[in-house]
Design a protein around this ligand. Structure first.
Ligand code: S3P
Length: 441
């Protein structure tokens, strides 16, 4: 689908509740499927990625009654396989576009003596799996992959070995895969990371009766196995990563004021808010509720002119990794050179996001520079972007690119079009309507 965006000349205004958190939705479904008993879930994201996780756990024997409710989220129950373990599916398990489904599921399956083949779409089939197969093999599982990528068969073991894993990358998917495999192993399994990645697994597992040890100063988390999770009640808040799109839109459209409600405010996810504040955006953030596992609150974003460039350090990257495409858009509107340090991981996301950012910003008339893993964006100090007449962007099948370029379109002197816009189904199916409701188009 092609989506066309023109410069918006009136301020964005209004209140929005963006869709539920994708990372938490995957975990709520997956942990319920692993648990003994019937869990009750509310506020689960209804999107292509989460449907991949739901389809996968069904194929492995969990019974799922999640169905859409009035606000567009999914609510219902999941009855897990518990101590009986997942069943062997008759056919390969389809993970679609979802890296989180694939990598977390590989960790879950590592501890059960069955063989499961995981498949994905073209984008997922290019993404590296060695980062999880390495540690999971040390825990006793075996894998057959296509050169380190999907399709991948997991051959689990009921005699899993505990592991002390020093992860070379700050990745919540790697950390979660190892900890989930650790639930089936005898003894303590720990993961130490070079920087703190999102900690939804550590926060949510205790709801399912699994204690998780943590030494936050050293970015280390551990579980003691074997342990079978027990059913829980989970209510998922709105996704800060989805909130980043209207937040940046309100930051670059003069006069805007947008309220984003019931947003998850887990500090391992809110890095982009700190960056917006540093760049001069007027942001008010109020925690309304400490929730069962995660703080939730309201963000009010008010436009202020003269955005200034900033440096985003490597340590900050994991807390805003998915927001970098849209942060590159605000950087391109700021005054000065914004540096994003240590962003090599962008090359192995749903697309090569580093190259995609460089290409898209160049089409918008913005100068960038990539030096190793550092991206520099020279901002236009509030001048509208100046793409050629009829400029066309390709989402590359990547939801976050589609939405980031749509936000950029709001500040373009001539309309732009984005092809493959249906990619937004992965995390934010109602993006066009939600943005329309605050006056973006
Ligand atoms: C996710 C972790 C991050 C993030 C992804 C979701 C998760 O990936 O980019 O969108 O839910 O655990 P990495 O673990 O590869 O950094």
């Amino acid at each position: 689908m092609r989506f066309t965006v023109a410069q918006v000349r009136t301020p964005l205004a209004g209140e929005l509740r963006v869709p539920p958190d994708k990372s938490m939705s995957h975990r709520a479904v997956l942990f319920s499927a692993m648990a003994e008993g019937t869990s009750g879930l509310k506020g689960v994201l209804d999107s292509a990625d989460v449907r991949s996780t739901i389809g996968a756990v069904r194929a492995l024997g969990a019974s799922v009654t999640l169905a859409p409710v009035a606000d567009g989220s999914l609510a219902g129950t999941v009855t897990g396989w518990g101590a009986s373990g997942p069943g062997s599916p008759d056919s390969p398990v389809e993970c679609g576009n979802s890296g989180t489904t694939t990598r977390l599921l590989a960790g879950v399956l590592a501890g059960w003596p069955i063989r499961v083949e995981l498949r994905g779409d073209e984008s997922l089939s290019r993404r590296p799996m060695g980062r999880i197969t390495g540690p999971l093999e040390q825990m006793g599982a075996r894998f057959e992959t296509a050169d380190g990528c999907l399709p991948m068969s997991v051959l689990g073991t009921s005699e899993g070995l505990a592991l002390e894993y020093e992860s070379p990358i700050a990745s919540a998917q790697v950390k979660s895969a190892v900890l989930l495999a650790g639930l089936r192993a005898q003894g303590r399994t720990s993961v130490t990371e070079p920087a703190p990645s999102r900690d939804h697994t550590e926060r949510m597992l205790p709801l399912f009766g699994v204690s998780v040890g943590r030494a936050e100063e050293s970015c280390r988390a551990w579980v003691d196995g074997p342990v079978i999770p027990t059913a829980a009640q989970v209510d998922v808040p709105a996704d800060p990563s989805s909130a980043a799109f209207p937040a940046v839109a309100a930051s670059i459209v003069p006069g805007s004021k947008v309220t984003l409600s019931h947003v998850g405010l887990n500090p391992t996810r809110t890095g982009f808010m700190l960056v917006l504040e540093r760049m001069g955006v007027d942001l008010s953030i109020a925690v309304d509720d400490h929730g069962a596992t995660e703080p939730v609150g309201t963000i009010v974003v008010s436009y202020r002119d003269r955005l200034v460039a900033t440096t985003v350090t490597e340590q900050e990257i994991p807390a805003l990794i998915d927001e970098i495409p849209v942060l590159a858009v605000i950087a391109a509107q700021a005054d000065g050179v914004t540096r994003f340090e240590g962003v090599g991981e962008l090359r192995v996301k749903e697309s090569d996001r580093l190259q995609a950012i460089v290409d898209a910003l160049s089409t918008l008339g913005v100068v960038t520079n990539v030096d190793g893993d550092t991206l520099e964006v020279t901002g236009l100090a509030g001048q509208p972007f100046s793409p050629a007449e009829g400029a066309l962007f390709d989402s590359l099948g990547d939801h976050r690119l589609a939405m980031a370029w749509a936000v950029a379109g709001l500040a373009c002197a001539t309309p732009i079009a984005i092809d493959g816009f249906e990619a937004v189904e992965v995390s934010y199916p109602r993006f066009i309507d939600d943005m329309a409701s605050i006056g973006a188009w």
